[in-house]
Design a protein around this ligand. Structure first.
Ligand code: FES
Length: 227
């Protein structure tokens, strides 16, 4: 049997298999670390959201979803510096997000709302950030299965990741640059027929209300798992 690695997370002794990432070891031990772009240990972490920062003694700040456990490692998940960085990372998500939650079809099932409470940030446009463009961007309805609302997209990339993994060729991908960055959904019917299994994983994985199934998918996609 494989020797387990022993480490300390917030004064709790934790054991994990070698190679396990700190985030997974912590969650398995019942220690919550905020995270958003993490999907599972089997999926490559892309370390994009920066919410899962922790402090490792002798090493400093690391993203816990990408950092493997080591014997004797001492991890702190809630130092003032960690909390500050985490809040800044979260504010970046909401700085450019439509925050009219009461008008949102995913209100109370949204992962951003859940995380806001966890990281103790109010869901309102951050005052300590430079103003960002807030013009309404038209919905993308070109795909027959999914409607994309760029105003509610936080560009976390989870849908791109799961789509790529499932289809081998992303039917959803990033497009444009800078403030203009958003998702582009393929409207190429032959590509969709060939590659898209209408699994609905992209919708389920989306932490916000950016992706919505059209009626053709609605019966097969359980939105309850989405946030
Ligand atoms: S969960 Fe680690 S960077 Fe997003």
């Amino acid at each position: 049997m494989m020797d387990l690695v022993e480490l300390t997370i917030d004064d709790t002794q934790v054991k994990a298999e070698p190679g396990t990432k700190i985030l997974k070891a912590a969650l398995d031990a019942g220690i919550y670390i905020p995270n958003l772009c993490y999907i599972s240990e089997a999926d490559l972490p892309f370390g994009a959201c920066r919410l899962c920062y922790v402090e490792v003694e002798g090493r400093g700040l690391v993203t816990s979803c990408t950092q493997p456990v080591e014997d004797g490692m001492v991890v702190h998940t809630k130092t003032p510096e960690v909390n500050k960085l985490r809040r800044t990372a979260f504010k970046l998500f909401i700085a450019y997000h439509d925050l009219d939650c009461r008008a949102c079809w995913k209100n109370k099932r949204c992962e951003l709302q859940r995380l806001a409470a966890r990281v103790k940030v109010k869901l309102k446009t951050p005052e300590d950030f430079r103003g960002l463009p807030t013009d309404f961007i038209p919905l993308d309805t070109t795909n027959p299965f999914i409607t994309y609302d760029p105003n509610r997209c936080i560009l976390c990339g989870k849908c791109v990741w799961v789509c790529n993994k499932k289809s081998g060729q992303p039917i959803i991908d990033f497009a444009y640059r800078g403030y203009e960055t958003r998702l582009a959904l393929s409207s190429d019917i032959s590509l969709i027929k060939e590659k898209c299994s209408s699994c609905g994983e992209c919708v389920i994985t989306c932490p916000t209300a950016a992706l919505k199934p059209e009626s053709s998918l609605g019966s097969t996609v359980s939105l309850a798992g989405g946030g």
